[in-house]
Design a protein. Structure first.
Length: 117
């Protein structure tokens, strides 16, 4: 099983980035997908989660209205569109796949997002 994040980088405040997490080796449609982030010296926090068919999403309050999680089950990929980025969004962003039938889960290696002028 592999989860590979991409799309991170350096962006100015107010800018946008789109993260992707391409998966392989799992039945993607059987996994609830999430994005987490972890800033230096802080605990990892849940940013957004999407159910198996994309009909239900949830976000941490700090990103509501700015970030959008989506998935393409035909491409085994989950996305995080991040708009109106703020310096406090600077973190390493990770995707996680959680099997809906149990406690099995997989993590990606993370992608760095830096918001700075």
């Amino acid at each position: 099983v592999q989860l590979v994040e991409s799309g991170g980088g350096l962006v100015q405040p107010g800018g946008s980035l789109r993260l992707s997490c391409a998966t392989s080796g799992l039945t993607f449609s059987r996994y609830r997908m999430s994005w987490y982030r972890q800033a230096p010296g802080k605990e990892r926090e849940l940013v957004a989660v999407i159910n198996t068919v994309g009909g239900s999403t949830n976000y941490v309050d700090s990103v509501k209205g700015r970030f959008t999680i989506s998935r393409d089950n035909s491409k085994n990929t989950v996305y995080l569109q991040m708009n109106s980025l703020k310096p406090e969004d600077t973190s390493v962003y990770y995707c996680k796949a959680a099997w809906i039938m149990g406690q099995l889960e997989y993590w990606g290696q993370g992608t760095q997002v830096t918001v700075s002028s």
